[in-house]
Design a protein around this ligand. Structure first.
Ligand SMILES: [Ca+2]
Ligand SMILES: [Ca+2]
Ligand SMILES: [Ca+2]
Ligand SMILES: [Ca+2]
Length: 468
């Protein structure tokens, strides 16, 4: 009997050691146990479409991958000339990487407990530190998700505007004019509530604003805001949603999916958004369908007296999306939408049919969790291309379909098929790191060709475009 107890004890200790030092070995199989690969995060809601509208095609465009950082500190990366030397650098909410050698400099040190995959000691530490209150979910991602750039204090040095992981803050981080060490941090809002904020000129000021969901308290439903950085310096917060709406985020859960475009063609930019992540209340229990489960768009209206208001239109269903790109896919004069299921399967486009009717088309469902999209003219033909890919371990390997699958990074070119229907030429950029929550497409090395910057669980990488 003692022997049996000994064996059990040894096996248990072995299990704990594997959990501590090789968590993926324990966690990877659980993804398969609980997930229906055809379902969205909650298993309740997915667009049923099997007709992929992408085609494989060859191109003279390739990309050279360069690793700037092999560690996991961020779910996004952005591009700006941080040190004013005329060379574009790469930034995240924690570090910047100086061109051309990509030396890493600290902006804001990552929290020690921002881990990639929960280990046994993470669970224990977090449980003890919180007095038994918190679980791993509050700590298992880095703070840094999204970074944007403007010279907020007008001192001639570009600053970082960081939209942190949901329920963390929105900050502007003040460039110390070349000095080393952590940058001064200035809070803009306390509770970010969106996993696809965008930086675009919604208000027609001539400069982009940060458009994001956010909340004024920990328990409040979020609303949609435009954070403006005026020429006079500082920032102004504009509320887009009325107090009683809160459609752009559900309870304390993050909303996914934001985009901007002139949906109704009246010359005013409108804002389009996905639903809440979907269908769990803040305690993680299945929730009744709520208004915030509906995607839609806010029509910008300006009255004869100059009063700005936002009229809501439902687009249903658009669940748990990444950034939404607005472009006229089929050339009928009406803008359409392109986005991916951030925590599910499929990159889609929604065709604007008129009378507020939208038709979903599946572009590509051969991989899951396209949790970041961007639109940019990769091949220089004057038409926007879509850049997206798979977010590795988008829910830490615990609940999304195929979280451990190959982390593809693709660009898609919109073309017309022989019968005149739009098709998407798919081109592989890389299959080693994927995308996080923010992928940036900018000419990084100033050779006239657009490059890509990505921050994921596999580190921070750039992809430099090359032509044959
Ligand atoms: Ca530079
Ligand atoms: Ca500045
Ligand atoms: Ca409009
Ligand atoms: Ca169209």
């Amino acid at each position: 009997m003692k022997k049996v107890i000994k064996i059990i004890a040894v096996v248990f200790v072995m299990f704990l050691l594997v959990f501590e030092f090789a968590s993926p070995l324990i966690l990877a199989p659980t993804a398969g146990f609980f997930i229906d690969p055809s379902s969205s995060t909650s298993g309740q809601y997915i667009i049923d479409a099997n007709d992929n509208e992408y085609i494989e095609s060859s191109t003279n465009i390739s990309f050279q991958r360069i690793e700037l950082d092999g560690a996991y500190h961020t779910e996004g990366a952005s591009v700006a000339d941080i040190n004013n030397d005329g060379l574009m650098d790469i930034a995240t909410g924690h570090y910047w990487y100086e061109a051309p050698s990509w030396t890493r400099h600290t902006i804001r040190a990552p929290l020690q407990d921002a881990v990639g995959i929960p280990k046994l000691s993470d669970y224990v530490k977090i449980y003890i530190e919180s007095g038994g209150e918190k679980d791993i979910w509050s700590k298992a991602y880095p703070l840094a998700f999204f970074s944007f750039h403007d010279d907020v204090n007008k001192d001639g040095w570009v600053d970082v505007i960081a939209v942190d992981i949901t329920s963390a803050g929105i900050w502007w981080l003040e460039n110390p004019q070349g000095a080393q060490g952590e940058w001064p941090q200035h809070k803009i809002m306390d509770f970010s509530r969106n996993e696809s904020p965008i930086f675009a000129d919604l208000l027609g000021t001539g400069k982009p604003q940060v458009i994001t969901g956010a909340a004024e308290s920990a328990d409040a439903s979020g609303k949609l805001y435009a954070i403006e950085f005026p020429e006079s310096g500082g920032f102004n917060i504009h509320t887009i949603e009325a107090d009683n709406e809160g459609r752009n985020t559900g309870a304390t859960l993050p909303t996914h999916g934001l985009g901007m475009g002139d949906i109704n063609g009246d010359g005013l930019q409108d804002i389009v958004f996905g639903s809440g992540e979907g269908f769990l209340d803040k305690d993680g229990n299945p929730a009744e369908r709520q208004s915030y489960d509906e995607g839609g768009w806010y029509e910008q209206q300006i009255s004869a007296q100059g009063v700005l208001s936002w009229k809501w239109h439902i687009i249903d269903p658009m669940v748990s999306l990444s950034q939404i790109q607005v472009i006229d896919v089929n050339g009928d004069g009406k803008d359409d939408l392109i986005s991916g299921m951030g925590h599910g399967r499929g990159l889609f486009w929604w065709e604007q049919m008129g009378n507020d009717q939208w038709k979903a088309h599946l572009i590509d469902d051969t991989y899951t969790q396209p949790h970041a999209t961007e639109m940019a003219d990769i091949d220089g033909d004057g038409v926007g291309d879509i850049i997206t890919g798979k977010t590795p371990l988008a829910h830490m390997g615990l609940k999304d379909p195929d979280e451990y699958g190959t982390p593809y990074l693709y660009w898609y070119k919109i073309v017309k098929s022989e019968n005149g229907e739009p098709r998407f030429e798919r081109h592989l950029v890389d299959d080693n790191v994927g995308v996080g929550r923010q992928v940036s497409v900018v000419d990084i090395n100033n050779d006239g060709l657009l490059d890509i910057a990505s921050g994921t669980r596999h580190g921070v990488h750039i992809f430099l475009q090359e032509r044959e």
